[in-house]
Structures are given as structure tokens and as C-alpha cells.
Ligand binder design. Structure first.
Ligand code: GRG
Length: 295
């Protein structure tokens, strides 16, 4: 990992953090009786996290010739939806996890009803955020269409339903479909929304989609590996918690070494899809960073 890459990654993540803070301060300034839910939104959103989705959006916008700043509202909206999914995922009715991003989960800090509402409010505020900013109305509609599809019943929420409701032993093809929906759909949107914000054509959008499909699966397989081998302090949550001990993961079906090999192959495929773009040094390093990540 070059120093230049790390510096830019930090810069982009700080730009996202600052804008998210501005949005949350705006939300807080208009509250009275509902202040607790706004505080819960801000608490979970500012608890850290790698900010991978916003970075992907801004970077795909840049490699498509757009201004990453114009994609920032969309990038922040993705982080809001991601954070909403983590808040709900930690609830007792889902994975029932007490720690997230190194801090007590939202429902531990604010109580279950407020955590549920904070997730709902972040989801709604994400769409309000995409409606702001300086892109054309047509581009904003394209961005919102992409985001709703990725989040909805045939995307992240559908993937979560398969994960929680599936009975019996999950075979690999069902597991991979579930991963593509639960984790992959939002990552795919992050890449595609960067292209859309830049006004890119169908060919570029299709290449971003292919890149993200491969990256999304590699990302979730690495997540499974870290859930077995990771360091709880670095991960900010207990290991062994992601899908519950009794559920299949890519690692439980294939073992750690084979899972690492598959993640590497998927990463190589993702790198191949970047050939459709120019100036991809940062994206290449990011793709490799995600393969080797420890958190
Ligand atoms: C509407 C009821 C309702 C639920 C929403 C809960 C849910 C649907 C979806 C859960 C999706 C989920 C938790 C997917 C896991 C994806 C994943 C690998 C998360 C970790 O992402 P990182 O590593 O996390 O980017 P940080 O903390 O770095 O942002």
C-alpha cells in the first residue's frame, strides 16, 4: 500500500465525515421532542467505519471524468443507508449484537425503539440528501432509482430476509445470491452512482457493475474470514457474530484457505473490469486494500 494511496483514502474519508457531520448538525438543529432520535442517527453515523461506499462513489465519478464533489451527497446517502442497515442488523430481532464500530450498538446506547427509528430516519434522510446538491433533476432521479433498487426487496433488504428466514442448510449458490443482495447490492450502487453522477454512458456503468459484483463477493468472503480469524479490537465488534454460529458462511462451506483463494480470484476479476477506465491507480490499490484488510 503506497503512502500516497493511504493519504488519499484518509482525505476522502475525512471529506465524507465532515459532510456527514454538517448534515447531522442540520438535522439536530431542527429538533425538539424528537431530539433523541436525531442524536442516535448522529451517534451511529459518526461512530467510524471505513467509508468504503462513499469513497467508491467519489472515485468512480472521478475516473468517469466527473467532479467527485458533485457526487458527495450521493456518497453520503450511501453511508446513511449502510449505517441504517447496521443499526437494524444489530437489533435483538436480527443479529442481536451489543457492539458496533468499537462502540455500544445504537439500541444499547439509545434503547430499541429509538434505534429502530434512527435507522428508518437515516434511510429517509438518505433520499432527501440525494435530492440536494447541484446535479440535474434528471441525474438525481437516476441516482435515487439506483439507490432504492439496491436497498429494497430485491437488494439489501431482500438479502437480509433470505439470511434471517432461510430454513435448512444453505448451499453455496443460495449463499452467494444472498451475499450479492445483502452486501453486494449497495457496493454496486456505490460504484454505479459515481458513474451516473459523472454522466457516464452505459458501457462505463456496465463495467462498474461488473467490478462491483466481483468486489462485493470478495468483500463478504473476507468479512466471513475476519469473523473467524479477526481481531475484535480492530473489527470493533465480537468475532463469530455475523451470521450466528449455526448458519453457513462461505468459510464454513469451503474452509479458510479456499475462501482466501476465491477472494483473491474475485479481486483479480474486479481489477480486470477496471480496464474500461483510465487513471485507476487509486481504485486498484483500494481493491487490493480491501482484499488484505484486517477490519
Ligand atoms: C429494513 C428491517 C430492515 C432491515 C434492513 C438489516 C438489513 C436490512 C440489512 C443488513 C445488511 C448488512 C448488515 C450487511 C452486512 C454488510 C457488511 C459486510 C457490513 C460491513 O461493512 P463495512 O466493513 O463496515 O464497510 P464499516 O463499519 O467499515 O462501515
Amino acid at each position: 500500500m503506497t503512502g500516497e494511496f493511504r493519504k488519499r483514502l484518509e482525505e476522502m474519508s475525512e471529506i465524507t465525515d465532515r459532510r456527514l457531520e454538517d448534515y447531522m448538525n442540520g438535522v439536530l438543529s431542527g429538533t425538539s421532542g424528537q431530539r433523541k432520535v436525531a442524536e442516535a442517527m448522529k451517534y451511529s453515523l459518526s461512530a467510524g467505519g471505513k467509508r468504503i461506499r462513499p469513497v467508491l462513489t467519489m472515485e468512480f465519478c472521478r475516473v468517469c471524468g466527473g467532479d467527485p464533489e458533485a457526487a458527495l451527497p450521493a456518497a453520503c446517502a450511501l453511508e446513511m443507508i449502510h449505517t441504517f442497515s447496521l443499526i437494524h442488523d444489530d437489533l435483538p430481532c436480527m443479529d442481536d449484537d451489543d457492539m458496533r464500530r468499537g462502540k455500544p450498538s445504537c439500541h444499547i446506547a439509545f434503547g430499541e425503539p429509538t434505534a429502530l427509528l434512527a435507522g428508518d430516519a437515516l434511510l429517509n434522510f438518505a433520499y432527501e440528501t440525494v435530492c440536494g446538491g447541484r446535479l440535474s433533476a434528471e441525474t438525481k432521479i437516476a441516482l435515487i432509482t439506483e439507490l432504492t433498487k439496491a436497498t429494497g426487496v430485491n437488494g439489501m433488504i431482500g438479502g437480509q430476509e433470505i439470511d434471517t428466514a432461510f430454513e435448512g442448510q444453505m448451499d453455496e449458490s443460495v449463499l452467494l445470491d444472498m451475499y450479492s443482495m445483502k452486501t453486494g447490492a449497495l457496493l454496486k450502487s456505490a460504484c454505479k452512482m459515481g458513474c451516473i453522477a459523472a454522466g457516464a454512458g452505459d458501457e462505463k456503468i456496465a463495467a462498474a457493475e461488473l467490478y462491483a459484483e466481483k468486489l462485493g463477493l470478495a468483500f463478504q468472503i473476507i468479512d466471513d474470514i475476519l469473523d473467524v480469524t479477526g481481531d475484535e479490537k480492530l473489527l470493533g465488534k465480537p468475532i463469530g457474530s455475523d451470521r450466528g454460529n449455526e448458519k453457513e458462511t462461505f468459510v464454513s462451506l469451503n474452509g479458510i484457505e479456499n475462501s482466501r483463494k476465491t477472494a483473491k480470484t474475485l479481486t483479480d476479476d474486479a481489477l480486470g473490469a477496471l480496464k474500461a477506465f483510465e487513471n485507476t491507480d487509486f481504485l486498484k490499490e483500494l481493491t487490493l486494500f480491501l482484499l488484505k484488510r484486517e477490519y
